[in-house]
Design a protein around this ligand. Structure first.
Ligand SMILES: COc1ccc([C@@H]2N[C@@H](C)[C@@H](O)[C@H]2O)cc1
Length: 449
């Protein structure tokens, strides 16, 4: 093991109640909103072929023209309570909201820059109504913050000269000031989701970032900070030079999911996902492959089955309204969650061997296993392999707990469960109440003939 001063300061999962709550959330909402939502991926009638929130980096636009969008920010249809109710009705337990994306525009009236809502036609704080609305709806709030800030004169991609170094010192102070300001103005926030931390300039700030993280944790005990915030003194990110996770959960799963439990290395993690292929901010063009609610439910089930959270992104329009396509998907997911969320909330990796029909989840601290079925075998039988000492006490559809399903032991500790798939093409849940096997090793159901 390498001696590290600024590596990870904790091994293994956090065990405190704030993190336990986060771990059990299962489904979250991401909100990407800012000036980029005004052009919505288009400028002078031309489509930008990258991600809409990166349109400022497009050669087709003079940077000053983009920066002047602040004078167009007047979201007359902004309704924080509506956003929160969309998330609540989807079944999300928390939300991650962009306070400042890479363009540096602040959705809160920061004292440390003029590039904020306070100097837009809207004038008012956006973050406070959002934090309060989601909190009132019972959802936890996580603040997204981009370290990279294209608007701040002190930002540098790397530090090559004395002048760079002097400029960046000012930028570091500004960054610290804004983070302390956010935690002070919005004390209800449960955590920070950092982005824009891959450039060399920031990666070289192991000591500063380590001390800043410690200061934020002291100011806000229980604060949840992911693996993307800081690098160790050797420039290692997400995992330090001893391969120990930085921060409280792994943030590497952006627009992708781990494929097996081996990929998550026993850590907490979240997967943040776009509905289109790769658009976080609002894009007028709703093009390419748009994920269906079935696909998004499957991603949620897969994430929870591997011990993580699934955080689905919404990109509100420049006027503050949420597009119909996103509202429709949120309500379809919500319809499924209303019936099946017992298999998602406070569930974890089951330890059981993955089967082709879908995903296992297990209720934390309970002998209850869920089979979230996406693919029904032609045999009509759902295969389950259990550890030697575990028996099935009861098996039933989540939607019909009074009707026991037929269970056949096809080998020792291997079972077929028979259930008729639902009529509509939607995933459904089979519940297994498990118990310790009596020492006679017998199970009280039919043996294979
Ligand atoms: C260099 O590639 C990227 C890709 C995505 C991002 C940002 N992370 C996502 C959570 C969005 O905020 C996206 O703009 C930044 C750099």
């Amino acid at each position: 093991r390498i001696k590290l001063k600024h590596g990870s300061h904790r091994e293994g999962k956090r065990t405190d109640s704030v993190m336990q709550k986060w771990r059990g959330n299962g489904l979250g909402q991401f909100i990407h909103w800012g000036l980029y939502a005004i052009p919505g991926g288009e400028w002078n009638g031309k489509q930008y072929n990258g991600a809409a929130e990166w349109i400022r980096s497009w050669n087709g636009i003079p940077k000053s023209a983009y920066d002047s969008l602040i004078y167009k920010f007047n979201p007359i249809n902004f309704n924080a309570d509506e956003w929160a109710s969309i998330a609540k009705n989807m079944g999300a337990k928390y939300v991650t909201i962009t306070t400042k994306h890479h363009d540096g525009f602040c959705l809160w009236p920061s004292k440390y820059t003029s590039y904020t809502v306070a100097n837009s036609p809207w004038k008012k704080d956006i973050m406070k109504p959002l934090v309060d609305a989601y909190d009132k709806a019972g959802l936890d709030v996580i603040l997204y913050f981009s370290i990279m800030d294209w608007n701040h004169p002190g930002w540098r991609y790397d530090i090559k000269t004395k002048a760079d170094s002097i400029a960046f010192e000012g930028f570091k102070k500004f960054t610290r000031n804004q983070l302390i300001e956010l935690l002070t103005m919005y004390p209800k926030a449960k955590g920070l989701w950092f982005d824009g931390t891959w450039d060399k300039s920031w990666v070289k700030q192991a000591k500063f970032a380590d001390e800043l993280e410690a200061e934020m944790r002291k100011l806000r005990p229980g604060l949840i900070i992911g693996s993307r915030f800081r690098a160790d003194e050797y420039g290692k990110r997400h995992f330090d030079s001893n391969n120990v996770l930085m921060g409280d959960y792994e943030q590497g799963w952006e627009r992708k999911l781990p494929n097996s439990i081996a990929d998550v290395h026993g850590n907490d993690w979240d997967c943040v996902m776009t509905i289109p292929e790769n658009q976080w901010g609002y894009n007028k063009a709703w093009k390419g492959h748009i994920k269906s609610s079935n696909e998004l439910i499957e991603m949620t089930a897969k994430a929870v089955s591997l011990g993580g959270n699934f955080v689905l992104n919404f990109g509100p329009k420049g006027d503050g309204s949420i597009r119909d396509e996103e509202k429709k998907l949120a309500s379809e997911i919500g319809d499924w969650m209303k019936v099946n969320s017992e298999a998602i909330y406070n569930c974890e990796y089951s330890g059981l061997e993955k089967q082709d029909w879908g995903y296992f989840t297990k209720k934390r601290e309970k002998d209850k296993v869920y089979l979230i079925i996406f693919n029904t075998p032609v045999s009509g039988a759902y295969r389950v392999k259990l550890p030697a000492k575990t028996a099935i006490a009861k098996s039933y559809l989540l939607t019909n707990p009074n009707m026991d399903l037929r269970v056949e032991e096809v080998h020792s500790n291997e079972y077929f469960i028979y259930a008729k798939p639902t009529t509509e093409a939607k995933p459904f849940v089979i519940v297994l109440d498990t118990k310790k096997k009596e020492n006679n090793g017998g199970n009280n159901y039919e043996k294979a003939k």
